[in-house]
Design a protein around this ligand. Structure first.
Ligand code: HEM
Length: 404
């Protein structure tokens, strides 16, 4: 491309290069994604020394083709969680994934949702509403996902606060936070000791932790690392999904009323919110050989930042992609990834979000964000509405009713 052509494009270019740390990007990454998707759908970032992939078709190819791998011995998630299914391929990946799969199969996840998630979510909601304070982030979104994963693992409910604190440095480290590797190593050491102590429950005991230990094909390190991965993967993302969902329905009073009358819309509202404001914007791959993508030659070993969120707003797949429209019937969004590493917990996550929305609709007649017309999601790779303080009017007319 000639310099003059480049300069003429620069006028519309929102940033010189992708910069996750820039305040403007964290507040509103969508114009950057739009620009790159249209002009450079496969972009070599000098700042990160990585190729960024923005278009739906290119993202789909990277996630599904053997020309790209999730394996790299030094990738950040591996430093945080240890080697896990997230960064393994082939037989080792298949073994780790199948050892953990049972509770996440569709029928098991639905049954678990009804038996465990619904009472947990309802208890937290009742607790929150009784306090007459609408801080959905601290009282529901950040609590429920860890409580759910603890139940899946067979860990005591009472430990979820401590586990959330221990997981925080690991999650922030993966999200390019300012946490040092020393802090991560210390938290991981504590997690490992905690999980080892929780282990000798013996055959027949409930929970995935025990099932992993009894599986017979996994080393102790595999058991610990898989558990740490599940504690991380199932919590930050789902918490963000819950706040993004509640802030969205609070911002759409008409939709909230329609949902109250017709609960069959709940799954579509959840799916469209996850497309429009996905909790996890980016994942990582590496070229497993020299490969050409979107006309760009990528050398073997090069890292690719795969921008799932940008693919979710590709106008070639989703007409008027920035419009939140629960009635769309387009292809499945890439919120949970695609291919052999597609999110193991996606059925459970969808359940959690639907259950929370049903719980809110059962109890609340009107919901309104007090932080502005629509609190915006913020963050780098994990993006969530951080402040979802709401005003609400309870459905039941009782002495607990009224607007907070
Ligand atoms: C809204 C919530 C969630 C979102 C947006 C989400 C997103 C994702 C994405 C995009 C991937 C693929 C990463 C890649 O290919 O590099 C993934 C993988 C994974 N997720 Fe989720 N996730 C969510 C909830 C959960 C839950 C609830 C669990 C389990 C408790 C979970 C467990 C996993 C695991 C184990 C993997 C690795 C799968 C593999 O590598 O084979 N996730 N998730």
């Amino acid at each position: 491309m000639s310099t003059s052509t480049k300069d003429s494009l620069r006028g519309n270019r929102p940033v010189d290069d992708i910069d996750f740390a820039a305040a403007e990007f964290q507040r509103d990454p969508w114009p950057s994604y739009d620009w790159y998707r249209e002009h450079e759908p496969v972009h070599l970032s000098q700042r990160y020394g990585a190729y960024f992939v923005f278009g739906y078709e290119h993202v789909r190819r990277v996630m599904t083709s053997p020309g790209f791998t999730a394996f790299h011995p030094f990738r950040v998630s591996r430093r945080a969680f240890g080697p896990t299914m997230l960064d393994q391929e082939g037989e080792h990946h298949a073994r780790l994934r199948s050892a953990a799969a049972a509770p996440f199969r569709p029928r098991a996840a639905t049954e678990f949702g009804r038996r465990v998630v619904a009472p947990l979510a309802e208890g937290m909601l009742d607790d929150l509403l009784r306090q007459r304070r609408g801080d959905f982030v601290a009282r529901l979104a950040e609590r429920l996902p860890m409580a759910v994963v603890c139940h899946v693992m067979g860990l005591p409910d009472g430990d979820s606060g401590r586990l959330r604190d221990l997981m925080r440095p690991l999650v922030e480290y993966v999200d390019h936070g300012t946490v040092s590797l020393e802090e991560v190593v210390a938290a991981r050491g504590e997690l490992r000791d905690y999980l080892r102590d929780a282990l000798p429950a013996g055959p027949g005991a409930d929970g995935l932790l025990n099932a992993l230990a009894e599986n017979g094909t996994l080393s102790e390190a595999d058991v610990v690392n898989t558990s740490v991965l599940l504690l991380a993967a199932g919590t930050e993302t789902t918490a963000a999904g819950i706040t993004n969902l509640l802030s969205r329905v609070a911002a759409e009073p008409e939709v909230f009323r329609r949902l109250s009358d017709d609960r069959s819309l709940v799954p579509a509202v959840v799916t469209e919110t996850l497309r429009h404001e996905p909790p996890l914007h980016v994942t990582l791959r590496f070229a497993s050989r020299d490969v050409t993508l979107g006309g760009v030659d990528i050398p073997e070993g090069a890292p690719l930042q795969v921008v799932l969120a940008s693919a979710n707003r590709d106008p070639a797949v989703y007409p008027s992609p920035h419009v939140w429209d629960p009635e769309r019937t387009a292809r499945t969004p890439l919120t949970f990834g695609m291919g052999r590493h597609v999110c193991l917990g996606m059925g459970l996550a969808q359940q959690e979000l639907e259950i929370v929305l049903h719980g809110v609709l059962d109890r609340i007649e009107e919901l309104e964000l007090t932080g502005g017309p629509l609190a915006t999601a913020q963050g780098r790779t994990f993006r969530a509405v951080r402040d979802s303080e709401c005003a609400y009017r309870l459905r039941a007319v009782s002495d607990a009713g009224g607007t907070t």
